[in-house]
Design a protein around this ligand. Sequence first.
Ligand SMILES: NC(=O)c1ccc[n+]([C@@H]2O[C@H](COP(=O)([O-])OP(=O)(O)OC[C@H]3O[C@@H](n4cnc5c(N)ncnc54)[C@H](O)[C@@H]3O)[C@@H](O)[C@H]2O)c1
Length: 250
Amino acid sequence: MTLLLEDRVALVTGGASGIGRAAALAFAREGARVVASDVDEAGVKETASAAPDAIAAFAADTSDEEQVRALVAFALDRHGQLDVAFNNAGVMGPAGALHQLDLDSWRRCLDVNLTGVFLCMKHELPIMQRQGRGSIINTSSGAGVIGAPGLSAYCASKHGILGITKTAALENARTGVRINAICPGSTDTPMLRGAMATGPEVEKLILSSQPGGRLGTPEEIAETAVWLASDRASFVSGASIAVDGAAVAR
Ligand SMILES: NC(=O)c1ccc[n+]([C@@H]2O[C@H](COP(=O)([O-])OP(=O)(O)OC[C@H]3O[C@@H](n4cnc5c(N)ncnc54)[C@H](O)[C@@H]3O)[C@@H](O)[C@H]2O)c1
């Protein structure tokens, strides 16, 4: 049986935890050589240790252009190509009504979630354009499609990701590079568990707003990333795909 990502090189940010960790492992299972990156160096090394022949770890903060440049150069030096990039690193950002947020925490959230994705795409695209082949997948959110009371910085960053995903997809429609976004719903990861731990009312709200009565798993999001990364999705570009058990369908 042919593996979906045989002979492909894939970069994953946010690879230490949750969705990024599951995606690094899923890409490796499908035959890709993977560079997993995270600002959490110990965590991303632990991810790589789960499939040491396939996954290499590289510590980088995606909000810092020099670190992103070094990350992409590491992947290219190590493997000579870059076919797939899952730009997934993100933070929840400050919680509270918009008029109560302080500027520094707003900026930090936008720096990581939106500027980080911009910087990754900026340095990944020229390589993929030269190859005439590539698939970029950005992690947005249900909060990229609908409002998220109490999370306006996060919501703005995730809406912004859809804007740059669509724009880059159009700019690259004739280059062989496809660019898409995944909008996960509430997914059982340390980020979501952290949010639910802030109070029983938050946990209740999250659990009660799942149409199917359950959270998603990181592996369910990773499966969509695998498909988007593969040639099976050869005519899919500029799309934002909800993987959320119908949460934003209502
Ligand atoms: N879990 C959910 O319910 C959910 C829903 C929608 C979207 N998302 C998005 O999915 C993505 C992954 O989230 P997750 O739930 O797996 O969370 P997570 O906290 O388990 O994993 C996020 C990872 O990103 C890393 N990271 C944070 N800032 C970074 C930076 N500046 N540079 C590099 N790495 C950094 C963290 O160290 C962490 O390992 C995020 O973009 C998040 O916004 C999550």
